[in-house]
Design a protein around this ligand. Structure first.
Ligand SMILES: Nc1ncnc2c1ncn2[C@@H]1O[C@H](COP(=O)(O)OP(=O)(O)OP(=O)(O)O)[C@@H](O)[C@H]1O
Length: 530
């Protein structure tokens, strides 16, 4: 009761009467109304035999009686299957299209996430003759354009087919998965790239995408999909001679848009997150049409059903030992360790790799690395060549790696949202999983408060036997020694990373410790050394 009192009532009236996804049950594919049999077959090939509750709820509002009359805002826990919740209805809706052009756009904040979502579309869309493109900057812009745009066929510079002669460059994908930056590149510079015929816009990880302007991608997309000319002179375009044979989409605007029985298309939007914003000014940017909220249970933030959360209390100096102790208990199961910054990620993974005798492979994954390095690491982690990924928050959003049994917060997350996205890398798709948070005594109260906002999830203390920590001390000392050398050589390589008294002076163990465990202390040390 006390908790629910603390829960803020959303400001926006439509958010106060959501559809509760927790009232839905898994729905076997054979009972799903209107599902195209080709899609059913494709889903079965993927190992999907029933729809998860959020997917069944979205199906009801899009293909079912809801009929996509309203834009959908979906707030559903991590790992609950939000990707398929939007991919399946979009593919089903587009399965009857006759002319190929860009009809659905899915925008995600990072390249790895976009790749992951493209895979989901690619597993089902071809079965009904749809093609999926990717605009993320993974390949050169020229290669990307070649994939997205169809040009007249020329042989030795000559066009033999008269139809081709009049053909303008046209889109050759039905569905595009994009990051905002590359999307803007195509909008601004790619000939033949148009959003004119777009019917569906998905904004995944909405709160993250709305946090930054990303070259004003959102107002640009909205402007390009809503022509003021159409609003003022709705019939004018019908008489405009268009380029020979090219397709025109006339958008209906104003109050009638999207109502049942009206033939004219409206841009239909779906926005999703496990921590959907309730901020009216942010949501207003999306220009939603009669939005409908789908959420899970009465609380705004919900952790996965089968997630177990623990805290492990340690001292600041021995924190790395507690981490190693926990990792040893996992015996090589896949685990992600989160730190508070890209620098901490680098230091911690370097230290762990210097610990002798650990029976698992450890790699860092952070925004500090080049995309190609990050993608390679992620691939190796997916394939099980790496068991422990030390990560900054770049990893927290949306990444779906099979078999991650444990998440460890080496540094306490600063916000409830951060905890939700970090912990949500495990216990996905109904699986079990654990999240451990290493805390100093002074942090416990704040952390418990932070977690209270998420759920009534109990978070017991998990203690490591003190003798197992003690037995790691010699390894730790020698790892710190090696780390000192490694940091010194990195410092030399980069010339100015930290201000030491002089290049030849020996770094004290305190400095090394400060770099690994508490970088803020290093600032104090270097300040005090003048
Ligand atoms: N109906 C289904 N049956 C079986 N597995 C499914 C089904 N739907 C999704 N999955 C699997 O569940 C996992 C989580 O799905 P997804 O990545 O879409 O979750 P999410 O809700 O988007 O999570 P996050 O908020 O972390 O992005 C994926 O591995 C996906 O393949």
């Amino acid at each position: 009761m006390e908790d629910s009192k603390q829960e803020k009532v959303p400001v926006l009236p439509w958010m106060r009467n959501p559809i509760d996804v927790s009232l839905f049950e898994e729905c076997p594919l054979r009972l799903l109304p209107c599902l195209d049999p080709r899609l059913e077959e494709a889903l079965q090939k993927m190992g999907v035999n029933s729809l998860f509750p959020v997917q069944a709820a979205v199906w009801q509002e899009t293909i079912g009686p809801g009929g996509f009359e309203r834009d959908l805002c979906i707030n559903s826990p991590t790992g609950s299957g939000k990707t398929m919740a939007y991919a399946l209805p979009i593919v089903q809706k587009l399965s009857t299209r006759t002319i190929k052009c860009l009809r659905a756009l899915v925008v995600l904040p990072t390249r790895d996430l976009a790749l992951q979502v493209k895979e989901v579309f690619a597993a089902i869309a071809p079965s009904v003759g749809l093609s999926v493109g990717l605009a993320v900057g993974q390949s050169s812009i020229a290669d990307e354009i070649a994939e997205l745009i169809k040009r007249p066929k020329l042989e030795l510079g000559i066009c033999y087919d008269p139809e081709d002669l009049w053909m303008k460059p046209q889109g050759s994908v039905d569905i595009l998965v994009a990051t905002p930056g590359r999307l803007m590149d195509h909008i601004n510079t790619t000939e033949g790239f148009t959003l004119e015929h777009l019917s569906y816009l998905v904004v995944d990880e909405t709160d993250r995408l709305l946090r930054e302007a990303y070259q004003s991608w959102l107002p640009t997309v909205l402007q390009l999909t809503c022509s003021s000319e159409d609003i003022l002179f709705p019939h004018a375009r019908l008489f405009t001679p268009s380029a020979l044979g090219s397709l025109k989409t006339i958008r209906r605007s104003g109050i009638e848009r999207g109502f049942k029985g009206k033939p004219c298309p409206r841009l239909m939007k779906m926005i999703l997150s496990a921590t959907l914003t309730q901020d009216p000014s942010k949501l207003a940017q999306l220009e939603l049409h009669h939005p409908l909220l789908l959420t899970t249970g009465p609380r705004r933030y919900k952790l996965p059903e089968k997630l177990e959360s623990y805290i492990t209390i340690c001292t600041s100096k021995l924190k790395p030992l507690y981490l190693v102790g926990l990792l040893q208990e996992l015996k090589g199961e896949k685990c992600i360790v989160f730190t508070k910054s890209v620098e901490s990620t680098h230091r911690l993974s370097t230290l762990l790799n210097l610990f002798g005798g650990l029976q698992f492979n450890i790699k860092e994954y952070s925004g500090l690395q080049r995309q190609s390095v990050r993608s390679k690491t992620l691939r190796a982690f997916r394939e099980g060549e790496i068991q422990v990924l030390v990560s900054s928050d770049a990893m927290t959003r949306g990444m779906d790696v099979e078999g991650v049994t444990t998440v460890i917060n080496y540094d306490m997350p600063a916000y409830t949202k951060t905890y939700i996205h970090r912990a949500g890398r495990t216990a996905r798709a109904g699986q079990t999983g654990s999240c451990f948070t290493l805390l100093l005594r002074g942090e416990v109260k704040r952390f418990k408060k932070l977690l209270q906002k998420a759920d009534k999830n109990p978070c017991p203390v998990y203690s490591l036997p003190s003798d197992s920590i003690e037995s790691l001390r010699p390894l730790y000392s020698s790892a710190l020694e090696k780390l000192k050398e490694s940091v010194e050589s990195e410092t030399l390589k980069r010339h100015i990373v930290f201000q030491l008294p002089s290049r030849n002076s020996k770094m004290s163990m305190d400095v090394v410790y400060a770099k690994v465990v508490s970088p803020s202390r290093l600032d104090l040390l270097s300040c005090s050394k003048g």
